[in-house]
Write a protein that binds this ligand. Structure first.
Ligand code: GDG
Length: 472
């Protein structure tokens, strides 16, 4: 079995991978089994650029991490990755803050990563790069003579070509993607968007097996929906800590139900829309006042980006005004926590909540939806209310699927979830659990790696390459 080389923006702490959840655990297991390297940014910034990474050996696995300069951090991470690609790929052209220096910084860091990483590669390695920070990595590695198979997985959505084409660097981005051997997406919608872009804007030739021919190479693009470690999460949820047990008991005595939301505080997660829908529920069903509360956990992220400061203010304002209007001395309608909560506590809170409210405006997959289902007691499960714009909605059809822009529909679905008979809750939960168990973290990883390692078809005629054609 060939060595595996994982590249991601941040290197997971392999000693703590159980803490960080499905993705890190799954990838860390694969690395430990096959041996290999995990390469990425160390999370630190330095004054002077360096090509000397910190290397740590843990059994058969080497973690290799590199600091970047403050300027690189601003241009590559805060700038191009999170102020251009993140909003663009989440269909938010209005939030894109495009500056030429950002793209230069993005290329600079990918060039640096490729140069340093190439020193650690062995001929038979299989390389797997993760997410939007690293789109140009394969092209840069090829410049260092890297002939190994290189795969890429995009954790966030891939926008329709009409939207992508509004970005000044769309051609370079897709050209760079076509340097990978395999490009993985979360959903069929994303894979189709990519396919449409390639067909409309490049001269890469579609092959009969669904791949593209680029410079005589075969480039495959497909859907590989990411999953979670269902068993591990279920176990965590079954043994609540004392504080969660006491909170649950208190609500039980008062006959109070709980709706839960858990998201990084990101504008793509639809948090203000969710708060408004909860307020609408209470207006529609005043008898629920004092009988149901909404717990939203929203830890801070990317606070260096202006759009994140704005969404935080909006949310604090909304929570304050809804609570101010409706709260009673012994009941707070919305409990909003702007801090990170331990994973075990999250799992127990999911199990203790009658509704999982997961309503992003756009999301690659959304693991919270899967974690909520995994945490439920199958005898008395809660109901998942899920946005049609979460990648997870492609698989999780038995959730109550809602349009997050439609406040009334969301409020009605919350009411339906709270009133749903036990037999229907059990039936929906059984189907959802079967689906997330089939497509769990291991299945995701295995299917991607099997496809990446599948031998390429016989040498292909060159069609002049995948360079973006004049029709662009
Ligand atoms: C990207 C894509 C895709 C959240 N708050 C706390 C906490 N979390 C954990 C959740 C979950 C994870 O973070 C969030 O994963 P999501 O999938 O919901 O969203 P993103 O962070 O945006 O992830 C997404 C994912 O990549 C994987 O491909 O699904 O679409 O955007 O595991 O439980 N964990 C702890 N405390 C918190 O307060 N411990």
């Amino acid at each position: 079995m060939s060595r595996l080389v994982i590249v991601s923006n941040r290197v997971a702490d392999l000693r703590q991978s159980q803490q960080s959840g499905g993705l890190a655990v799954g990838l860390a297991d694969a690395l430990k089994e096959r041996g290999g390297v995990w390469f990425g940014w160390s999370g630190e910034t330095v004054d002077k650029p360096t090509e000397e990474p910190v290397v740590e050996q843990l059994g058969k696995v080497e973690t290799v991490s590199l600091p970047v300069t403050q300027r690189d951090f601003s241009d590559y991470y805060v700038g191009y990755a999170n102020s251009v690609l993140w909003p663009l790929f989440h269909y938010r052209l209005d939030l894109v803050d495009y500056r030429p220096a950002y793209f230069k910084g993005y290329l600079r860091v990918n060039r640096l990563f490729a140069k340093v990483l190439s020193r650690f590669l062995e001929p038979g390695d299989v390389i797997w790069a993760h997410d939007y920070h690293l789109i140009p990595l394969a092209a840069q590695l090829r410049k260092h003579g890297c002939r190994q198979r290189i795969g890429f997985f995009l954790h966030i959505p891939f926008p329709p070509p009409e939207l992508l084409a509004a970005s000044p660097n769309h051609a370079e981005l897709v050209d760079a993607l076509l340097q990978y051997d395999l490009i993985g997406f979360q959903t069929q919608t994303d894979a189709n968007n990519f396919r449409r872009y390639v067909e409309q804007h490049t001269d890469a030739a579609p092959a009969p097996d669904g791949s593209f021919v680029v410079d005589g190479r075969s480039v495959r693009a497909d859907r590989f929906p990411i999953g979670i470690d269902v068993e591990a999460f279920r176990k965590m949820a079954e043994t609540p800590q004392e504080d969660v047990r006491i909170d649950t008991m208190r609500r039980h005595i008062l006959g109070r139900r709980q709706i839960i939301g858990v998201d990084r505080l990101d504008y793509s997660k639809g948090l203000p829309e969710r708060m408004k829908a909860f307020a609408r529920l209470l207006a529609l069903k005043p008898e629920l006042e004092g009988k149901v509360s909404f717990l939203q956990i929203a830890p801070p992220t990317r606070e260096d980006v202006t759009a994140y400061a704005q969404i935080r203010e909006e949310l604090e304002h909304l929570t304050g005004s809804i609570n101010g209007r409706l709260a009673d001395f012994n009941w707070t309608p919305i409990r909003y926590i702007h801090r990170s909560v331990p994973r075990e506590t999250l799992a127990a809170l999911f199990r203790a909540s009658q509704v999982g409210f997961v309503t992003p405006l756009r999301d690659g997959m959304n693991l919270v939806a899967k974690e909520y289902v995994a945490a439920q007691d199958p005898e008395d499960p809660g109901v998942l209310v899920l946005s049609q714009f979460a990648g997870a909605a492609e698989e999780m059809r038995e959730a109550l699927i809602v349009n997050p822009y439609d406040t009334d529909e969301m409020a009605r679905s919350l009411a339906q979830a709270l009133e749903m008979p036990l037999a229907e809750r059990q039936e929906r939960h059984r189907a959802l659990l079967a689906s997330i168990s089939r497509q769990d973290a291991q299945a995701w990883m295995r299917s991607f790696l099997a496809e990446l390692e599948r031998p390429a078809v016989a040498p292909l005629p060159s069609n002049g390459g995948g360079r973006v054609a004049a029709m662009r």
